[in-house]
Write a protein that binds this ligand. Structure first.
Ligand SMILES: *[C@@H]1O[C@H](CO)[C@@H](O)[C@H](O)[C@H]1NC(C)=O
Ligand SMILES: *[C@@H]1O[C@H](CO)[C@@H](O)[C@H](O)[C@H]1NC(C)=O
Ligand SMILES: *[C@@H]1O[C@H](CO)[C@@H](O)[C@H](O)[C@H]1NC(C)=O
Ligand SMILES: *[C@@H]1O[C@H](CO)[C@@H](O)[C@H](O)[C@H]1NC(C)=O
Ligand SMILES: *[C@@H]1O[C@H](CO)[C@@H](O)[C@H](O)[C@H]1NC(C)=O
Ligand SMILES: *[C@@H]1O[C@H](CO)[C@@H](O)[C@H](O)[C@H]1NC(C)=O
Length: 475
């Protein structure tokens, strides 16, 4: 219907342009309140600069001269702006000026449903700007989505008046220069489905305000400077699908309340200071597909959990969390598991060859533990895993010689009968090879391996050959 009207008008204008036009302008434009049109022009001019003259360039902004990034809808025969996207999304989008301002006229666009700023506030060293505190309540009746993405020049706090936007379903403040605490008032936004505050520098504790946010699906507070413990009201987020608080300074125990997050598919807590071990609530999160807990001083025993309860797990990343104990066989019941990261822990004991039976597994990292005994995986398994198998820096671990083809010796693991290798060792060769080792290991590091210590020149030569051969078939 709307498109149809527009086409008619455009055709009509083409017809008009054949004549000398001007007089009849008013009847050709889409009906809008004068105040609405002027509020739109002034709002945009505030962001794109005074040289932008809306009435010259876009005399009919909801009709035959649409502005890229602006959409309108009609209410009772009049047209209002419902979507305003500022920033270079498309080639001919509105791009922001260096010196820009939020004008009060923004808050007169009362039918706005969607407001977004992308790549707009760009001058962190020149003019930085804060989100105004006042007047957001004027947009409360209709605003559903508010986004600020990739605006390093946008500084200051989240205004507490955002708490008035009671119809907001999506609040995304991603990768800006915002700081300060997360305001309590966010807890009023009971219709929120998505709250993303990632990649700013918010600090202080996460306020305990989630009790009413029962419709929240995505909560992403990652890559800030948040500290303190997780709020207990996280347990009220019963609809949540994705929880990401990674890369902060959060501490304390993981929550017993996690057991209420029955629909959660992704949990990322990596790079924090969580402690207190694995809590039993984790094994109640039956929908979980990705559990990422790496780089926390978590501690505890890997056998605490009934891992077989988490049948949907695809990614299990538990590296560098001070985990001890033997790797339980029940992990080999996680049929969907593709990535298992257990490296840099204090895991002990023998490795069950049953892990090889995981049908989807294509990355297994075990390096930097205290595992012992023979690696009893088949040649085919090592062939399949290639560089995505890591077991180096487990001094008591070895691979059975002869069973395995030299093409697939596990990187950085010694053969089980090391005496024979020692016989071939020569000091002069070692000095020479150490030079190579440094170069080689840097090369390896850049491909995703970490460096490891050489045990003998003989072994190294073999491993390097093995690696080169692998690379050859990979690339
Ligand atoms: C835009 O240009 C018109 C003349 O074409 C002028 O009357 C008007 O004041 C200008 N508006 C702004 C905001 O510069
Ligand atoms: C922001 O506005 C709210 C009311 O709209 C007020 O309570 C609060 O103190 C203001 N905050 C700042 C930092 O001005
Ligand atoms: C983030 O904020 C903290 C203080 O809250 C400050 O120490 C730190 O330097 C800030 N980081 C960046 C990258 O600005
Ligand atoms: C959890 O997911 C199921 C299936 O998608 C859905 O039917 C149910 O409503 C969800 N539960 C909550 C509390 O959102
Ligand atoms: C883990 O192992 C390291 C070195 O093997 C040791 O220093 C550390 O005390 C161990 N940590 C725990 C919690 O057992
Ligand atoms: C290898 O590199 C390390 C630092 O990366 C250096 O300390 C060491 O001396 C190097 N060894 C050789 C043999 O070049």
């Amino acid at each position: 219907m709307k498109n149809c009207t527009k086409v008619t008008i455009v055709v009509f204008m083409l017809f008009l342009s054949g004549r000398c036009c001007g007089q009849e302008e008013d009847s050709d434009v889409t009906p809008m309140e004068k105040a609405e049109v002027e509020a739109l022009y002034s709002t945009i001019q505030g962001f794109v600069g005074n040289s932008w003259n809306g009435s010259d360039l876009y005399p009919d902004p909801c009709g035959w001269t649409p502005i890229q990034g602006v959409s309108c809808d009609s209410f009772n025969g009049l047209w209002y702006v419902t979507v305003l996207n500022i920033g270079p999304i498309h080639d001919n989008s509105l791009s922001c000026a260096e010196k820009l301002e939020f004008r009060q006229e923004l808050f007169q666009l009362k039918h706005l449903k969607v407001l977004s700023f992308y790549n707009c506030f760009q001058s962190p060293n020149k003019v930085s700007i804060s989100i105004p505190n006042g007047s957001w309540e004027k947009l409360a009746a209709n605003l559903e989505s508010l986004e600020f993405r990739s605006n390093p020049g946008l500084i200051g706090n989240i205004p507490s008046s955002f708490g008035a936007l009671k119809n907001l379903q999506s609040l995304v403040l991603l990768e800006n220069g915002l700081t300060g605490k997360i305001p309590q008032d966010i807890g009023n936004l009971v219709k929120l489905k998505r709250l993303v505050l990632s990649g700013n520098n918010f600090s202080g504790t996460i306020p305990d305000i989630f009790g009413g946010l029962r419709e929240l699906l995505i909560l992403d507070l990652s890559r800030n400077s948040l500290s303190g413990t997780l709020p207990l009201t996280f347990g009220s987020l019963i609809s949540l699908l994705k929880l990401d608080v990674s890369h902060n300074y959060l501490e304390g125990k993981l929550l017993d309340e996690f057991c209420y997050l029955k629909n959660l598919t992704l949990m990322d807590l990596r790079n924090n200071r969580f402690s207190g071990g694995l809590v039993l609530s984790l094994q109640e999160m039956h929908s979980l597909e990705e559990m990422v807990l790496s780089n926390n001083p978590l501690g505890g025993d890997i056998r605490t959990l009934k891992w077989e309860n988490l049948q949907n797990l695809v990614i299990l990343e538990l590296s560098n969390i001070e985990l001890k104990g033997e790797i339980p066989e029940c992990i080999s019941e996680l049929k969907k598991l593709r990535f298992l990261g257990l490296n840099d822990n204090n895991l002990t004991g023998n490795l069950s060859p049953k892990l090889e039976k995981l049908p989807s597994l294509n990355a297994l990292y075990l390096s930097g533990n205290d595992l012992k005994g023979e690696l009893k995986f088949s040649k085919g398994f090592f062939g399949k895993m290639g560089r995505r198998f890591g077991a180096w820096s487990n001094p008591k671990l070895c691979y059975p010689v002869g069973v395995m083809s030299t093409d697939y010796i596990p990187y950085g693991v010694k053969p089980c009968h090391q005496e024979e290798v020692h016989l071939l060792k020569s000091n002069a060769k070692n000095v020479l090879l150490n030079g190579d080792i440094n170069q080689t290991s840097h090369f390896i590091t850049s491909l995703g391996f970490s460096t490891c210590e050489a045990t003998s020149g003989f072994l190294w030569t073999f491993m390097i050959l093995g690696l080169l051969f692998n690379f050859y078939i990979v690339f």
